[in-house]
Design a protein around this ligand. Structure first.
Ligand SMILES: *Cc1c(COP(=O)(O)O)cnc(C)c1O
Length: 367
């Protein structure tokens, strides 16, 4: 069968391995498995959020409120914007898809960092757009400027902070870059880990209301999957000016968020203390990873997120990841990104201790 030609060079997104797979393949008890591959919140959500999701299940036969009025209202309050500035997606992933579909076609160009969130490229290639990447792995705005000046671009992605490397640009540098971008180029600021970055260093904090007031060509993306602990509910959002949001609604399918997702997200916004606790613990546990890596002579990338990328100097990262998997620990091998490194989501105290014990075994075996 002949398919859309554009799909010929689209690769399938490789999601972090699910617990079920490790249970099946290695016969490990699901309770003993430590899943640190998808940057989920290891503290989950608070009881109030779990309760409301359970209670709403009796209304699961009714379509959700497609206007998503309550969630938009809550987010508008949170970010000091109006509901007309907001579009909701099944994860911010879906908002990325809306942006690409609204703006790009076969002759379009999409500019991004060399090593960044894989979905930018996948969605752009689906519509046949040309991908432009800066030469350095991490975000380097001078390289973005250079390519943009020479080639132009319909969309520019900045991932702040960047997944899978964990580095983050300063907000003031992002703003001065935005000053130089043409009003017909859509700039997507992906803030999936902004809650973490702005806690660690205020200089990284992007303020969506300021950005969209000053730059009519920018959209800010946020998600409930990371700091808010609702990855399984699939809720993300885009904040931009009304004109852009209106167009994005043209490509949004009806009822794209479930009733349970809406209720969970609305409730989660009311429990900031819980989220804050998770963020604080994240960075105190991250310190343990930094100390561990240093003690083993392994380099790591200082991270503004809830994961850390550690180079496996002297070892083969793919093998290390597989040995960890056999011990029931799921991490992300970075070989596919061209890095001899593993990316580990920062887990709970006892999960991280398991990782260190397992790495002790694996790294002493191989050297
Ligand atoms: C996790 C993540 C997202 C979005 O995840 P959703 O679950 O689809 O909201 C977006 N961008 C980056 C960089 C991410 O890591």
């Amino acid at each position: 069968m002949i398919f859309n030609k554009s799909l010929d060079n689209v690769s399938i997104y490789e999601a972090g391995k699910p617990i079920e797979l490790v249970v099946r393949e290695f016969g490990i008890d699901p309770h003993d498995i430590v899943k640190l591959a998808s940057n989920e919140n290891p503290y989950g959500t608070c009881d109030a959020v779990a309760d409301i999701i359970a209670r709403k299940s009796v209304s699961a036969f009714v379509y959700p409120d497609d206007s998503m009025y309550e969630l938009k209202d809550a987010l508008a309050n949170e970010y000091q914007v109006v509901p007309q500035n907001i579009v909701i997606g099944a994860g911010s992933d879906q908002v990325i898809e809306f942006c690409i579909h609204a703006k790009c076609h076969t002759n379009s160009k999409v500019l991004m960092a060399k090593t960044t969130f894989a979905m930018y490229e996948i969605y752009a290639k689906q519509v046949g757009a040309t991908i432009l990447k800066t030469p350095s792995d991490a975000h380097n705005l001078d390289e973005f400027r250079e390519i943009y000046k020479n080639e132009g671009s319909d969309i520019i992605f900045l991932c702040l902070p960047n997944n899978p490397l964990g580095e983050c640009l300063d907000a003031k540098d992002v703003y001065s870059f935005l000053d130089e971008v043409d009003s017909n180029t859509l700039v997507i600021l992906d803030g999936a880990y902004q809650e973490f970055a702005s806690y660690k260093d205020g200089a990284k904090k992007i303020i969506p209301s300021e950005v969209i007031n000053k730059y009519p060509n920018v959209i800010y993306l946020g998600t409930f999957s990371k700091a808010y602990g609702l990855g399984g509910m699939r809720v993300g959002y885009g904040i931009s000016n009304e004109e852009i949001i209106k167009v994005l609604h043209k490509v949004r399918p009806p009822f794209n968020i479930t009733t349970l997702s809406l209720a969970g997200a609305i409730e989660a916004l009311k429990h900031k203390g819980f989220v804050q606790m998770g963020i604080e613990k994240n960075f105190s546990q991250m310190k343990r990873y930094e100390d561990y890596a240093t003690s083993k002579g392994l380099r790591f990338i200082p991270s503004y997120t809830n994961f850390i990328t550690i180079y496996m100097d002297g070892f083969v990262s793919k093998d290390v990841a597989y040995e960890l998997l056999k011990l029931g620990i799921i991490v992300r091998d970075m070989t596919g990104y061209g890095f001899n490194a593993i990316r580990i989501t920062i887990g709970r105290d006892e999960q991280n201790s398991k990782v260190f014990n397992a790495l002790d075994l694996i790294l002493s075996d191989k050297k």
